[in-house]
Design a binder for this molecule. Sequence first.
Ligand code: IPE
Ligand code: IPE
Ligand code: MG
Length: 241
Amino acid sequence: MEKDSRIPVHVSMIMDGNGRWARARGQERVFGHKKGAESVRACLEAAIEAGVKYLSVYAFSEENWNRPRQEVDFLMKLMADSISDEMESLMKNGVRFRVLGNRARLSPDLLEAISSLEAMTRDNGTIDLIVFLSYSGRWDISQAARRFAQHCIECPEEAAKLLDENEPVDMGSYLVTAGIPDPDLIIRTSGEKRLSNYLLWQGAYSELVFVDKLWPDFRRDDFFDALAEYSSRDRRYGKVK
Ligand code: IPE
Ligand code: IPE
Ligand code: MG
């Protein structure tokens, strides 16, 4: 039991360093993105084996739309290709697939592919694979604020309670991650030590593990190393132990 309690329920990964990985091999940046997709598969298998219930990945930030058009197009196509390539294996392994982010910016074709895989895997229960696409923490908090305001307008009878400063605001229910436990562990590869606008609200008490390896090199053993690092952490949540 003690061992199980040290397995994080939700592991999240900031997959960084694809461009540098490719450049170091004299290749175009997009080659690194393609290779990086293999790391997602390896980590998903490791997460299932370890008993992790939610694995999420930061695949594309709102800020990443500012990259050169060709790279953005490649990444969107890679997402669509991965959906059709992985469909069978996700079903076989009981993976529930979900995409969270600003869908208004995604193409109708990609949206269609995402929605059909989400529908197909809805009843799977081994693990949730959540892909944050066109996501940023500040965007999430902004859309939550709009939904909260909308709720107050649409339900005036509840508004007084919602706006009562003595009542806690259930922010989590307005965020796109509603119903998903906050990440216990956030791993970032490539040696960068920042959140880059990821899960700003949800990551309040996440354990952070920064790894020097570039994302395409991050595989099964590295995932287990990160879990081992997590299990050695003392989570205090501001209390005295
Ligand atoms: C992470 O790798 C993938 C995305 C952000 C889409 P990068 O593309 O950021 O690679 P580096 O950090 O430039 O090496
Ligand atoms: C963070 O990586 C976003 C994703 C991994 C999707 P970036 O490469 O975009 O972050 P910065 O620019 O180094 O902060
Ligand atoms: Mg990067």
